[in-house]
Write a new protein. Sequence first.
Length: 278
Amino acid sequence: MKTIKLLAITAAMFAVTSCVVEEGGYRQRPTAAGHLIYQNTEGRIKSLTTIADLAIKLDKYIVADAAERMNLTARFFPNNVPTLSAGAWSFQNAYFTIQPDSKSLHEVGAKWSITTTGPLFHGISATEPGTFQVECTGTNTWRIIPNGSVESSHYNTTPELSFTGNIPIPANANPYALYDYTVTGEGRFTPFGFGYRRETLIIDYQIKNPFVVVVNNISGYYINIFDRMVAKSGKCEMIVTDSEKPAVRDNVTGEIINASSSVPSVKITFNGVSEIWN
């Protein structure tokens, strides 16, 4: 009987068990737990990039005239028309609001507040409700940091990511993209699941090679604006601990390879064992 730590994802929650029995003829891949940990981490990075991207696009929308706003809505906010109420912008079919300050988000020193009242799902991962601040730190450069969670006792989240926006080449190749993003930074989070459960798992992550995150060039009525981002390259290291089992510690590295492929692969290293995942 051999045991490994495996991150088990169900329809109801994210959970970690430190012992998974290999018997009955079925054997998990040695890096399965590491792969799921990486998926959660990459999904979180893409969700935070999406939050920043929508605020940056809204900045363009706010200063546009009526005709241009119609064009920008079709490009950037399909099925999610932005509306202004009491100084804050909200989006149809989305659980978040954006509060601009007196500056354009393309102006250094601007700090916009974004509040999410429900979980933001990206693939298998979700970002918990909370308040984030997007700050312009340079020309086409921003960072996102947390201002606190809606229920701070329930979550352990300390992201600090920086984004540099690069105009896609060619510029008209993707009508849904204002910028492609180069993302750096680090953070800590507790995987968030349905039911606003508190989990004991803590993931500390650090981006070792910048992630290149782009808007997927897809359309359709059911496209979720929070599930449009695709990571094309990057490398991330993760340390996983369990507050109920402090002696348990897992080390995970995820690196995107074959970036030029339409479906990039990921090299996962979990506690010294490496495998390629498609």
